[in-house]
Design a protein around this ligand. Structure first.
Ligand code: C2O
Length: 620
């Protein structure tokens, strides 16, 4: 990647001409088949017991340390969801140990000396989740519950430097919150780039009505993740953010499905211990019965790579985007970006036709994704197997179709349909780019709260978390470090974020504490060209959006003169808290592609301050 100068001129690699695009969302979302919501009394208590049991199997013995438990604020409901009274306690020690998820041994991070995938959190709507996190590392850590609104429990959100001080080595913190949403989520470290090393896993919240609402028999979870077998995240980060690097991000070595991947040992270096996998172990096998409808929960825990997901010859009917139930929408293939989740219904063929089938999880490389290609030994294709009958290890003979009906973000709306507010009360333009400066030779990301890259700041996690500075230290937003990139929102603001991307790559941005409606995306050369009004009938809604890239100049490979990509997101400031908004490419958050919303501060203070001691004790 060519290194741009200190000016705001962005540079990209992989110069492919991309057609100019302009899309407005929110139309056509009502045309999906309507779903009969049967009135069914749910076997709530027995299912809860089952889930508690499953959860217990996923964790190890209780941690030996004890502490005061920070509890949710009391009351009988959260965000209108009645509490069930069921509490799930998970006892986690964050550890490092040796593992070889793709065949190559290295030091990894996980829970109780097992891969993060196995630390599954699975509960019912209205249950209470208590995760006792003992930091068994020599480095600090913190855990974020990706997609949880944490309404009334901002201190449990997890990002270090924003919502908490990280948990020091040897210390315990109990994350304690109510599962007030349903759907597919995940948890991951939110301290530096730790989740790249494996500190990430699934989090599922069942809706008592889910099976009858969508008509499926059983479900399977597939976590999709990228994996680096050559170095740990701190070393990768040091190489990435070095003055001699031109902004090229580290590219993963393999793709993991449910924590299992494949790397060709002949490409491992002599210092690496690599055990070749055979055809029975090289791919995760998802066992199913013929003639049955399953819900597949697809959870991208990736740090860099986006994927194209498909199952040879089978339709994927989307019913969930990032915890939002959607109108059923059948496609052949879905592009899944970092942090995004989809639930899809898959109906297996009858037994006469059922045969083992490839599940494709294909890494997307080059423009506008990772720019650089992966190295030798990386396997792009065929990352898992849909397998019938538990003892049939036969490799599939299915082939990938040549053409696909692809997922189109603009065509998926909520179920039941939900209109976006008709107009915004506040518009927040945000522009960003990557650059070096006269005083900083390292290429970093810079963010501005205006459309024109004026007054740029690269995000740096402050030593005192934003939440503590605002509430305990009584600072105003203006008194915070400009590198905390904090923007204040008033309670009940209807916010339009107009995110302007002066980079030639697409970026998956995630907002904590909320879902947003995706109102429109496109490219333009002036802020005034961005539409001011958008259709509001059931636009797509989720918590990670892939931001539109600029149009490239075919000869220079840079953004065409003055061109940028834009994405308009709308949400309601109904959740008092400080909420991170950042690119979910982990390297980019470390490069500073992040900002913080301080939302409804006086309500936040009234409801959630003073802080409990177990929380302030983390700040040493
Ligand atoms: Cu998965 Cu700050 O996010």
């Amino acid at each position: 990647m060519a290194k741009p100068s200190a000016s705001a001129t962005p540079a990209v690699v992989g110069a492919q001409k991309k057609p100019s695009t302009f899309r407005i969302f929110g139309v056509g979302a009502l045309t999906g088949a309507s779903i009969l919501i049967a009135l069914v009394a749910y076997f709530f208590s027995s299912e809860s017991a089952l889930i508690v049991e499953r959860a217990r199997r996923a964790v190890a013995k209780p941690s030996p340390t004890s502490t005061t438990t920070a509890g949710p604020a009391g009351g009988t409901s959260v965000s209108g969801v009645p509490l069930t009274g069921v509490i799930h306690d998970y006892y986690w020690t964050v550890t490092n140990f040796t593992d070889a998820p793709d065949g190559v041994s290295r030091t990894v991070l996980g829970i109780n000396n097992k891969a993060g995938d196995q630390a599954l959190i699975e509960v019912n709507l209205g249950d209470r989740i208590r995760v006792h996190v003992q930091n068994g590392l020599t480095a600090p850590t913190s855990i974020h519950w990706h997609g949880m609104f944490q309404n009334g429990s901002n201190i449990m959100d997890g990002p270090s430097g924003v919502a908490q001080c990280p948990i020091p080595p040897g210390k315990l913190f109990v994350y304690d919150f109510i599962a007030a949403q349903t759907g597919s989520y995940w948890w991951h470290s939110h301290y530096m780039a730790q989740y790249v090393d494996g500190l990430r896993g699934p989090l599922i919240i069942h809706d008592p009505k889910e099976k009858t609402k969508y008509g499926y028999t059983d479900e399977r979870t597939l976590t999709l993740a990228d994996w680096y077998n050559r170095a740990v995240s701190n070393d990768l980060l040091a190489g990435y953010l070095s003055p001699t690097n031109d902004g090229s991000e580290p590219v993963p070595d393999s793709i993991l499905v449910n924590g299992n991947g494949f790397f060709e040992c002949k490409y491992a270096s002599v210092s690496q211990h690599c055990v070749a996998k055979d055809s029975t172990t090289a791919m995760t096998r998802i066992t199913v019965n013929p003639g049955t409808t399953y819900r597949f929960r697809l959870i991208s825990m990736s740090s860099f790579t986006a994927y194209n997901f498909s199952i040879d010859g089978l339709k994927l009917t989307i019913i969930e985007t990032d915890g939002v139930d959607t109108m059923p929408y059948a496609v052949d293939r879905i592009t899944i970006n970092n942090g995004q989740r989809y639930s899809v219904l898959v109906t297996t063929p009858p037994s006469t036709k059922a045969k083992n089938t490839y599940i494709r999880v294909i890494g997307l490389h080059d423009y506008p994704w990772t720019a650089s290609p992966p190295g030798p030994g990386y396997r792009f294709n065929g990352a898992a197997i849909l397998q019938y009958a538990a003892n049939s290890l036969a490799l599939p003979t299915t082939v990938m179709p040549k053409t696909f009906i692809d997922f189109d973000q603009s065509k998926v709306g909520s179920n039941p349909p939900a209109a976006a507010p008709s107009k915004a009360t506040v518009t927040v333009p945000i522009s960003f780019t990557f650059q070096t400066t006269a005083t900083d030779p390292i290429q970093r990301a810079y963010v501005a709260f205006n459309p024109d890259l004026k007054n740029l700041h690269t995000y740096q996690a402050p030593a005192t978390p934003v939440l503590i500075d605002l509430l305990k230290n009584k600072k105003t937003v203006a008194q915070l470090s400009p590198n905390s990139n904090v923007f204040e929102l008033k309670r009940h603001d209807v916010v339009d974020l107009i995110v302007i991307n002066y980079d030639g790559g697409e970026h998956p941005w995630h907002l904590h504490g909320h879902t947003f409606w995706i109102m429109g995306q496109g490219t333009a050369t002036a802020f005034s060209q961005i539409p001011k009004t958008f259709p509001t009938t059931n636009p797509p809604r989720r918590d990670v959006v892939t931001l539109q890239a600029c149009d490239l100049d075919p000869t220079s490979g840079d953004c065409a003169a003055g061109n940028f990509g834009y994405t308009v997101l709308r949400f309601v400031a109904d959740n008092p808290g400080v909420w991170f908004f950042h690119c979910h490419i982990e390297w980019h958050i470390e490069a500073g592609l992040a900002l913080v919303f301080a939302e409804a501060l006086s309500d936040l203070k009234a409801a959630q301050y003073p802080f409990p001691q177990c929380y302030t004790d983390l700040c040493v």
